[in-house]
Design a protein around this ligand. Structure first.
Ligand code: TYC
Length: 135
């Protein structure tokens, strides 16, 4: 880039052209964006979304012959914030089909929920099983 004859940004008076003020170059309009510079250089790169979506995991309840229905319903309400209707629906799904989905969460959340279910089941001496499955 050849040097400019003078620093037009410093607002120096114009030479004898009759312009009578600081030079204003075409394209010098400031649009308010940071880093605006007509001499900016760089490599054009493809923009990528900066946030990566986390891997999601299904939390599943498994059927058994001993855990009371009411206990499963209570677990679904407490741990998975289900309404009573939804909790009964999921419980019946597990009871009739062997497995049912409680929700889909990022790994740490899913793992914590499984632990809460297993802990409550153990404390109440029910054989209820709850597992994670990668979505
Ligand atoms: N099958 C159990 C019963 O008849 C009820 C049950 C439902 C157990 C869902 C576990 O995840 C389960 N008492």
């Amino acid at each position: 880039m050849p040097p400019l004859p003078f620093d037009y940004r410093a607002g120096k008076p114009a030479p004898a052209t009759g312009q009578g003020g600081a030079w204003k170059l075409v394209g010098d309009e400031d649009d308010g964006r940071q880093g605006d510079d007509e001499f900016e250089t760089g490599v054009a790169t493809k923009t990528r979304p900066r946030t990566k979506r986390p891997n999601m995991f299904k939390v599943l309840l498994l059927n058994d012959d001993y855990t009371p229905m009411e206990f499963v319903v209570a677990i679904l309400q407490e741990v998975f914030n289900k309404s009573q209707d939804d909790a009964w629906h999921i419980t019946m799904q597990v009871h009739q089909h062997g497995v049912g989905q409680c929700g889909v969460f990022p790994y740490e959340v899913a793992e914590t929920k499984v632990m809460r279910v297993m802990d409550a089941a153990q404390k109440n001496q029910h054989p209820l099983q709850c597992v994670l499955e990668k979505q």
